[in-house]
Design a protein around this ligand. Structure first.
Ligand code: UTP
Length: 225
């Protein structure tokens, strides 16, 4: 049975505090996405994580605790979306093992982070590797991968496709310096590369794009393979 892993950026589901309209549209799309498909959804921390982390960092709290704060925010977001997803867990797994076991029970498994030191993109890549998913859909706040940061350069061109090596190089460069801003973290790209899992980066708020990727149709995002 085909299994899709979706890394859903926290900023896509959180507004002040949650974008319930989007969550309903996203959940309806998953519900209609073919009874033969299974889904693993890994949700980021969004505004909730960022506001707590920024305030505590300024107060001198160490990075390990900040990561734990971030993980708790991702789990709160996961539990907030779970009730809308129908055949889905409402106990949020804390490990890849636990999540993988849940895929035997539910059509859709939702989770947040696991342990300090990475982001939910890496959790999504590890889970995809574990359950044998061929595709990770990365629903983010930008609509694909650009040759340079589109928020800084208005003439930046979106890439239709790129290779793993190029994606890793871009992520390494993007993660240097203050305020790293990369489309996916380097570890997640390395995991996808070693297991040849295709990554499709799309505008996380555009529900139609998920449907297109799931149905193998042309989409407006970027494919990394
Ligand atoms: P995110 O996955 O949302 O991080 O987790 P991000 O990519 O930096 O955020 P967006 O997508 O741009 O909004 C939030 C934070 O939680 C911690 C990290 O500190 C991360 O920045 N985290 C998350 C972990 O330490 N481990 C995990 O497995 C997941």
């Amino acid at each position: 049975m085909p299994i899709f892993v979706i890394s859903l950026g926290g900023s896509v589901v959180t507004s002040d505090p949650l974008d319930i309209m989007f969550i309903k549209r996203f959940s309806a799309m998953i519900g209609n996405a073919g009874k033969g498909n299974k889904f693993c959804i890994v949700i980021g921390g969004g505004k909730l994580a960022r506001s707590y982390i920024n305030a505590l960092r300024e107060a001198g709290v160490n990075d390990n605790i900040l990561d734990e704060i971030g993980i708790n925010a991702t789990r709160m977001n996961a539990l907030s979306v779970a009730p809308f997803l129908g055949d889905c867990n409402t106990k949020i797994p804390t490990t890849i093992n636990e999540a993988a076991e849940m895929t035997r029970i539910y059509r859709c498994v939702i989770m947040g982070g696991t342990e300090p030191g990475h982001t939910t993109d890496t959790v999504a890549a590890l889970l995809a590797e574990r359950v044998g998913a061929k595709v990770i859909i990365n629903g983010t706040s930008v609509d694909g991968v650009y040759e340079r940061d589109p928020r800084k350069y208005s003439d930046a061109k979106k890439l239709k496709a790129l290779g793993y090596d190029e994606a890793v190089s871009m992520a390494v460069v993007g993660s240097l310096g203050a305020g790293p801003n990369v489309f996916m973290d380097v570890t997640s790209l390395n995991i996808a590369r070693r297991s040849k899992i295709r990554i499709v980066v799309i505008d996380g708020r555009d529900v139609e794009q998920y449907e297109k990727v799931i149905n193998g149709m042309d989409h407006s995002g970027t494919t990394i393979s």
